[in-house]
Design a protein around this ligand. Sequence first.
Ligand code: AMP
Ligand code: MN
Ligand code: MN
Ligand code: MN
Length: 276
Amino acid sequence: MLDVDLHSHSTHSDGILLPAVLARRAFEQGVKLFALTDHDELSGLAEAREVCESLGVRFVSGVEISVTWGEETLHIVGLNINPQHPSIAAGLGLIRKGRGERAKRIAEQLDKAGIEGTLAGAQRYASNPQLVSRAHFARFLVERGHAKNTQAVFKRYLIAGKPGFVEHQWASLAQAVNWIDEAGGVSVIAHPGRYQLSPTLRERLLAEFCDLGGTAIEVVTGSHTVDQYAIWGRHAKRFGLKASAGSDFHGPQESYLDIGRLPNLPEGLIPVWNSF
Ligand code: AMP
Ligand code: MN
Ligand code: MN
Ligand code: MN
């Protein structure tokens, strides 16, 4: 088991727990090196750092940036960033503004499908009014009985081709990597096994990411099967990328893996956290 967890969410994005509560949970689960990586948001980092440091857990400031790459939405995790750096703060501010507009469009679509009041409903679940995620819509739709859990809501309403899905333009891959770089951090492709990429596109993404100065990919994540740990470990080696590991914990009822319950990386990989 790893005592490292470099991907998690708090109430400052679409997680269920406050940064302080999450940090304490990391400590209680035996994590020695922990990162908070809220979607497009840095406002929870100070609180998480303070609690980690008081408990003797090493804290890494992180973020998970939403990116549009061709037809695909990708998530790029930035680790060991300086959250005070102006360009990442400004860039994320624009993404959050876009999220607000997207939320209105999602609600309009759901309205047309006969489900009313979802904007206010999702906002009620979003503790951070600047950060409305599809996860907040999903929680509201579960509350209203439209599906039995959030995963079923996604399947039925919120993914491409379903009534509540809208196209959206996030940041570019180059912007995300550059903001992270300027803030002194390293870029990591989050849960690469989750994207629907042909082998050609996969190779193109990994090559482009390397060219831009990307550092690592997540190999061990709550989004990968055990087989995928090995597969993405091999891709990391082929491209000279380091490996990251994170639960992607959102809350006790909503995640495959709890904080601090990650298996070790496959043999022969360079952990991205060696340099932290
Ligand atoms: P957004 O960034 O607003 O599009 O929302 C993406 C978030 O929704 C992810 O970070 C997950 O927390 C959640 N999510 C995405 N797909 C699913 C799914 N199939 N089941 C449950 N939650 C999901
Ligand atoms: Mn999320
Ligand atoms: Mn993600
Ligand atoms: Mn995540």
